[in-house]
Design a protein. Structure first.
Lengths: 357, 413
């Protein structure tokens, strides 16, 4: 290139107002209340009487430009050309008139999108990159999500649940998918397999040693080469060494499994925010449809739907009924692995005679 | 072009939920640009190979645009011999507008630019909150960025730096919003653009903004600096609307789902069917407002509660953020300046004292909250703890001085 490089314009965060629906711009900070006229539809009313309707639809998250343009076409023809993406990659169309709502829903559903995900439904699974693009994935979150939502689509489109259900998947134990009412995450079960020919050249060894949460990695000479070794008795198979040192391969076609966690809740409503807790593990990482993981998720959802009270999130429900009842109702095994031994673990033990019979 | 067989991925075209595989195939089969046909064919080939072998085949590297050190997630294929057209498949992380608002014309413009330079695959948004343009070779990360940077889009964070911020829909469409999320998002994040683009911190640092305690942006658990809306005065009660809920939902429903669910028993139904609120004991959890949005609203004296140190699993386990500022009014320009100064103070202290690859929350855990507070010059406050210390094993020979500080602050207040 003969031209001088172009210096970047460090503009940072774009102003959201330029893209906002005019009714939202006009009533910014001045909304009075909302109603839920039907699943997938919100009606917000401003103090001055203005109204805005929102129609929420799910997409495949990994969008090709054809799909993105189709969503824009629908937004131009049936809505007012202004949209909002939710945290879970649902797309929300805002319209000013009630009579626009049903034609918009029809257009979205006619094009294969799914309208729903509001209030007490199972909304879209939030998920991570997986085999499509991540450098350390144990599975393909997009495929897991597609497979699960094919079976849970009725719960997305309807208000059958006691309260909203947020589900997440993550492709490694770093868990960038985050906390969920139900989370489906990779759980490795064997220590990394080390390619000692490569470690010395590829990895910054002190950083890798420092990365291990249980100090199980130490520098070593192997076959005359500087490398790293893992104390396999200490190793918790978390995979934290793999990102800084790719020759320490943690992913294994057979031994990288899936685990299911429940009760993560970010909201402060009722109780303080909670972390998710382990309920099932050893689930095969079984592409392309992961039926074993979906079966466990459906069983938990069914039990929650039947047993929880209105407005109880999964963590609220389990807090009321207790963990023994949870394992009894879901017919999941309770094992020694459910008993925490990480830092602060004793706080999770029952130091009382509060026991349900 | 010979298409790779994808028998396992084909299974993901069945079923009613929108299929990402069908989308990638549309790019392979129907896009007018042969480059995109070839790249997405190769991508599908590699992805099928991953499905068959249950392994990922991307590795990282170093790619950035001129003038920046962050914002591109480099991906080089480890199986490029078999799938050469997608051998470089980098992602550009682009900062979203505050509140994730878009016009269809802005999305079309991005799509037009992206298909000129990249694969045609995009996600709104990644887990941190960036728009992710997935799949460009090294040369085209620069050309695509140059093109969209000219019309107002900037790269986000990656690596040990200030990361991209997200904020909720907020005051734009939510009656529960207690903040001007648009303003906070831009004032705070744009102050740190140098730290977004040039990684020089111990590890990542995230801001997230939720307009109320429902925290729909997951700020407490997923950000180092969580700004969450709340209010100090009394919540507003529209007694007529409350009676409306009693009439339509029934008294028992309101008892079961509102008053008895209040975590501090701050709600009661009076004999005359009005609602009594014990505002001094209300913790602004949002539950009753969620159930009865027409009857209950936040008060007028709104501001932010700020929690610090939330993070995910690496390395010491999950941590929620801790309340460091129970209430920060955000009315004047000076208030916003103080908010930015606080964030600068925290990042500076952590940059100075954090270990390599140590999140702010992990540093707080290592040095103790009291030392962190001293470092950022914030006085202790009982709102920061669930309960005071339980262990007597602590040295307290400066007790009198510390107690005096408390009384002095009380006298000033």
């Amino acid at each position: 290139m003969s031209d001088a490089p172009r210096p970047p314009i460090e503009s940072g965060v774009p102003d959201g107002f330029q893209f906002m629906h005019p009714v939202m711009r006009k009533n910014y900070g001045n909304w009075a209340y909302h109603e839920d006229p039907q699943p997938g539809v919100l009606k917000h009313v401003a103090h001055g009487g203005d109204v805005i309707y929102t129609v929420k639809c799910a997409t495949q998250r990994i969008l090709d430009v054809f799909t993105l343009r189709k969503l824009c076409d629908i937004g131009d023809e049936f809505a007012d050309g202004h949209v909002h993406f939710t945290l879970r990659s649902n797309l929300e169309y805002m319209v000013a008139k009630e009579e626009q709502v049903q034609p918009l829903i029809d257009a979205l559903e006619g094009a294969g999108f799914v309208v729903g995900g509001t209030r007490n439904s199972v909304t879209s699974l939030s998920h991570t990159q997986g085999w499509l693009h991540c450098d350390i994935p144990g599975t393909d979150a997009s495929g897991v999500v597609k497979s699960m939502m094919d079976e849970l689509i009725g719960e997305f489109k309807n208000w059958n649940m006691p309260n909203r259900v947020h589900m997440t998947t993550s492709c490694c134990q770093i868990n960038c998918g985050g906390q969920g009412d139900i989370a489906i995450n990779v759980q490795h079960t064997k220590p990394p397999k080390i390619n000692h020919d490569l470690v010395g050249n590829v990895c910054e060894r002190p950083s890798v040693v420092a990365r291990c949460p249980v100090a199980a990695i130490r520098p070593a000479m192997v076959d005359g080469k500087p490398s790293l070794e893992v104390d396999e008795k200490k190793c918790i198979c978390c995979g934290a060494c793999f990102p800084p040192c790719p020759p320490m391969q943690i992913n294994d076609a057979e031994h990288s499994k899936l685990a299911v966690w429940v009760g993560g809740n970010h909201s402060n409503a009722r109780s303080k925010p909670t972390f998710q807790k382990l309920v099932a593990a050893g689930i095969p990482n079984n592409p392309p449809r992961w039926p074993e993981a979906t079966a466990i998720v459906k069983k938990i959802l069914k039990t929650y739907k039947n047993d929880a009270k209105d407005w109880e999130r999964i963590n609220d429900w389990i807090e009321r009924i207790g963990w023994p009842r949870f394992f009894e109702l879901t017919e999941l095994p309770f094992t020694k692995f459910h008993i925490d031994n990480w830092r602060g673990a004793r706080n999770s033990l029952n130091a009382s005679t509060h026991i349900r019979f | 072009m010979a298409k790779y067989d994808t028998p396992m991925l084909d299974e993901l075209e069945n079923g009613p939920w929108p299929s990402f595989i069908s989308g990638i195939k549309r790019l392979r089969d129907d896009h007018p640009d042969e480059r995109i046909n070839a790249v997405t064919n190769s991508l599908l080939g590699q992805l099928e190979h991953s499905y068959e072998t249950r392994k990922g085949y991307w590795k990282g590297g170093t790619v950035s645009v001129f003038g920046y050190g962050a914002g591109i997630i480099p991906r080089f294929s480890e199986v490029a011999d078999a799938f050469p057209e997608s051998k470089e498949f980098h992602t550009l992380r682009i900062q979203p507008p505050a509140g994730n608002h878009y016009s269809t014309s802005s999305l079309r413009k991005l799509a037009d630019s992206w298909e000129k330079h990249g694969s045609g695959l995009v996600t709104f948004h990644g887990q941190t909150g960036n728009i992710m343009f997935i799949g460009a070779d090294t040369e085209h990360t620069q050309t695509f960025f140059d093109e969209i940077n000219d019309f107002g889009w900037d790269l986000g964070g990656a690596g040990p730096d200030v990361r991209t911020t997200i904020s909720c829909v907020g005051a734009a469409r939510c009656e529960q919003s207690c903040l001007d999320e648009q303003k906070i998002h831009r004032v705070v994040t744009n102050n740190f653009q140098d730290d977004v683009h040039r990684p020089a911190l111990p590890y990542k640092f995230k801001f997230k903004i939720s307009g109320c305690g429902n925290d729909c942006q997951n700020a407490i658990e997923r950000s180092d600096f969580a700004i969450i809306g709340t209010w100090r005065d009394d919540m507003k009660v529209d007694q007529e609307a409350f009676k409306g809920y009693l009439d339509t939902k029934g008294r028992q429903y309101i008892i079961d789902n509102v008053t008895s669910r209040c975590p501090t028993q701050a709600l009661n139904i009076n004999d005359d069917d009005t609602l009594a609120v014990d505002n001094r004991n209300c913790v602004r959890c949002m539950h009753c407002l969620n159930v009865m949005p027409k009857a209950l609203s936040p008060g007028d004296d709104k501001g932010a509660a700020i929690a610090m140190g939330g993070k995910r699993t690496l390395k010491i386990g999950d941590l929620m953020g801790t309340v460091v500022v129970p209430f920060k009014a955000l009315n004047s320009e000076d208030d916003y300046e103080e908010l930015v100064e606080l964030a600068e103070e925290v990042i500076d202290f952590w940059a100075e004292n954090g270990l390599e690859h140590e999140r702010c929350g992990e540093m707080i855990e290592r040095i103790g909250l009291a030392n962190f507070l001293e470092g950022i010059d914030i006085p202790v406050d009982p709102n920061m703890v669930n309960n005071p210390r339980q262990s007597s094993y602590v040295r307290m020979d400066t007790w009198d001085e510390e107690a005096e500080k408390w009384f002095e602050r009380k006298a000033e207040a």
